[in-house]
Write a protein that binds this ligand. Structure first.
Ligand SMILES: C[S@@+](CC[C@H](N)C(=O)[O-])C[C@H]1O[C@@H](n2cnc3c(N)ncnc32)[C@H](O)[C@@H]1O
Ligand code: SF4
Length: 467
């Protein structure tokens, strides 16, 4: 008699999906915005951004994103905008510049708006000292009224986190922290240049909880060198011990043409599309068996977590950090490479810290590029966000609200036909559902509605693997 299936064993339909993984293994955007960042252009400059900021209505609620572009050591898989520094000098200079940038932005707005969310991302925000944090939040509070219920979140590296930092951040209102873990297996950790004994992660989670940080989130990855299904399941089991409120399970984005250090990874040990699919599937099965609610493409939330509630109530959104419960339609980016979104469109800051600082010091807003949204972009952005978040979209309802003729989507619907034939989507009465088998391929479903995507074989913009 065959033995009972283990929770991480793929079901028959999942094995069929592994075949799809090979066929849909091509590259697609991550759709953290529509249009995606490669379509931003220099036509949106500091003057345009200043106009957009000045036009924000008095009652506008905003969210703030602060990018901290430094780490102590480079992980070889890293796709983030960061660089290694081993002294405080460049960090102190960056912080001075960041405070100047914040005052330029506030001056362009011309009023003290209320912020409902602050997100510190990176790089590694805990590379700032406790005093740096106090200065940063002092400046943010001087220029924006942080609402008492504001979500204040930070991406943290457990390897370098200190109790002092956690206490300083908690004093400044930190209430959600994401700890980078990736994988607990020392063989994988060696291959990615990230040695991280589990005791460090456990201690980081304990410090955060002891300091009253309400929500502890973890980042895991699949698709890294030497990862296997059994290894990922072991990592998931180990991190469940920390009772995380949320887990992000990111597929490794291999983009060595943008991040040359990724060539340092042992390329022969990178899993292919079918193995990547099996890894994310096994982790998902394990997390769901442990009671986590699956959110969109790559997130899992405990049922009590606001993200699980947002999914139930239709309040889940997607921004440059991934899935979010943030409802604000104005996100102001601070720091090099940060991306903001205002009602008029997107704006991205200069990516290198040196050029960003020079632009700020020249008394300007350090804008590199941006994008002004058209009516059709807004329609497509809403369709893509609905698919990424809720895995369903009512095209008739959305077209009605955008005053658009559904005929504008004719070519997009044709592009959906192969996905429908493969059982990844169902279409009925102007509504689209992404099936459970289609969930890992939801970016491909979104790509059907992407009017900017270059579909030629020799396209100039390359993206990361589709699964
Ligand atoms: C800013 S880092 C987190 C904080 C801290 N720097 C750390 O690594 O612990 C954000 C997360 O992005 C994810 N990440 C980084 N590079 C990636 C890549 N190439 N593909 C997919 N996810 C990646 C990792 O899960 C990482 O924890
Ligand atoms: S993954 Fe985190 S710690 Fe590692 S290099 Fe990237 S930003 Fe820095």
């Amino acid at each position: 008699m065959p033995s009972a299936p283990q929770p991480h064993e793929p079901s028959v339909s999942r094995m069929a999906a592994a075949d799809l993984a090979v066929r849909y293994g091509g590259t697609v955007p991550r759709y953290t915005s529509y249009p995606t960042a490669p379509h931003f252009h220099a036509g949106i400059d500091a003057k345009a951004y200043a106009g957009w900021l000045a036009a924000l209505p008095d009652g506008q609620r905003v969210s703030l994103y602060v990018h901290v572009p430094f780490c102590e050591k480079l992980c070889w898989y890293c796709g983030c905008q960061t660089r290694v520094v081993n002294r405080h000098g460049p960090i102190a200079h960056y912080l001075d510049t960041l405070l100047t940038e914040t005052s330029h932005v506030a001056a362009a707005i011309g009023r003290r708006l209320t912020a409902d969310a602050v997100h510190l991302g990176g790089g590694t925000p805990n590379i700032l000292t406790a005093e740096d944090l106090d200065r940063l939040f002092g400046a943010l509070r001087a220029h924006f009224a942080l609402s008492p219920q504001a979500e204040i979140a930070a991406e943290l590296d457990p390897r370098t986190l200190t109790r002092d930092w956690v206490e300083a951040a908690a004093r400044n209102g930190l209430n959600r922290a994401s700890l980078g873990i990736q994988d607990c297996d020392p063989v994988v950790q060696k291959a990615i240049n990230r040695s991280q004994p589990f005791a460090q992660s456990r201690q980081a989670a304990r410090w955060l909880r002891e300091a009253g940080v309400a929500s502890v989130n973890l980042d895991l990855m699949y698709g890294l060198p030497h990862q296997s299904v059994a290894g990922i399941v072991a990592t998931v089991d180990q991190v469940l011990e920390l009772a995380p409120d949320r887990i992000a399970l990111f597929g490794y984005a291999h983009v060595p043409w943008m991040k040359a250090h990724q060539n340092l990874l042992p390329q022969e040990a990178l899993p292919g599309p079918a193995e990547r699919f099996a890894q994310q599937d096994a982790a998902a099965v394990r997390l769901e068996a442990a009671g986590y609610v699956r959110i969109g493409l790559d997130h899992f939330a405990a049922p009590h977590d606001p993200m699980a509630q947002a999914l139930r109530q239709g309040g889940l959104h997607r921004n440059f950090q991934g899935y979010t419960t943030d409802e604000a339609d104005a996100l102001i980016g601070l720091g090099p490479s940060s991306i903001g979104r205002l009602p008029q469109g997107y704006v991205q800051s200069i990516a290198t810290t040196r050029d960003w600082a020079a632009a700020v010091e020249a008394a300007g807003l350090p804008v590199a590029r941006g994008y002004a949204l058209t009516a059709e972009d807004r329609l497509r952005a809403e369709i893509i966000e609905a698919l990424m978040c809720a895995l369903t979209v009512d095209l008739v309802e959305i077209c009605g609200r955008h005053d658009a003729h559904p005929g504008v989507l004719q070519a997009d619907l044709l592009r959906l036909c192969p996905l429908e034939a493969d059982g990844l989507v169902i279409r009925r009465d102007g509504r689209i559902w992404v099936t459970e088998a289609g969930r890992p391929f939801v970016r491909h479903v979104c790509a059907a509605f992407d009017a900017c995507l270059d579909r030629s074989a020799d396209r100039p913009v390359r993206h990361s693997a589709g699964v």
